[in-house]
Design a protein around this ligand. Structure first.
Ligand code: SAH
Length: 235
């Protein structure tokens, strides 16, 4: 997704409390940020309605967040989870800032940056869940390395994810999905859940939060593919 350059986008980013200006400051320190926002989640485990008490706050990130609808909705549904959205274009990120400004959250941070720098932003094992939603397909073979569910990026996710961390990927692009499954299998990730038609899969669709692209493509009648994968980490 590339929007026309929005005049003043950089200024909007600089002025926003949601945007982490120096992403390296987050590394190993995101919990203090969560606490600083007036949350008690870093204190004693607290119980949420009907849920198990949380031993520690969780960190979930979306890579290629786009306009931020997914994170905005997820963060309201899961107030004990800290969400970080990564998006490479400031012209797109400003849309997420608008949503957060209109309807604020205390468990969201945004980063304008490239997924390539993930290991500079997060310490080894500190991310509990990574979401890839409707990642750019890069259909030309010579661009395969840029695909976010490809093995180059899987190696990065492997570094920052916790031992029982999960990677979730949604797309309506069957070619990209097949590629993603092959890549994951080739480097030893295991499949926890898989569907080629998310909106008709009762179990996987439970609690599903739609992204902007998901709304657009499912309205056209495209089935949505989704996997949840993990890797076996030596104890
Ligand atoms: N997740 C959103 C947007 C999908 S479009 C949704 O489902 O609606 C894919 C987005 O990923 C674009 O906004 C693009 O700029 C971003 N993106 C692609 N490659 C990226 C990278 N390497 N690092 C950060 N963002 C990236």
């Amino acid at each position: 997704m590339r929007l026309r350059n929005i005049p003043g986008a950089e200024e909007i980013l600089n002025a926003s409390e949601y945007v982490v200006k120096d992403p390296a400051t987050l590394r190993g320190a995101w919990r203090s940020l969560f606490a600083a926002q007036g949350d008690t989640a870093t204190g004693p485990a607290r119980k949420t309605d009907g849920a198990e008490p949380l031993e520690r706050p969780q960190l979930h990130i979306e890579i290629g967040m786009g306009k931020g609808g997914f994170i905005h909705r997820m963060s309201a549904l899961h107030p004990d989870v800290m969400y970080v959205g990564l998006e490479q274009y400031s012209s797109v990120l400003v849309k997420a800032i608008s949503k957060l400004t209109a309807d604020p959250r205390d468990n969201v941070k945004l980063i304008c940056g490239d997924a390539k720098t993930l290991a500079e932003i997060f310490a080894p094992g500190e991310v509990d869940r990574i979401y890839l939603n409707f990642s750019d397909p890069w259909p030309k073979a010579r661009h395969a390395k840029r695909r976010l569910p490809g093995r180059t990026f899987l190696a990065l996710y492997d570094r920052v994810l916790s031992p029982d961390g999960r990677l979730e990927f949604k797309t309506d692009n069957r070619e990209l999905f097949d590629f993603a499954l092959e890549e994951a299998a080739a480097v030893g990730w295991q499949t926890e859940a898989l569907t080629y038609d998310l909106h008709r899969d009762e179990a996987l669709c439970l609690g599903n939060v739609m992204t902007e692209y998901e709304e657009k493509f499912s309205r056209k009648g495209n089935p949505i593919c989704k996997y949840i994968i993990y890797r076996n980490v030596e104890p």
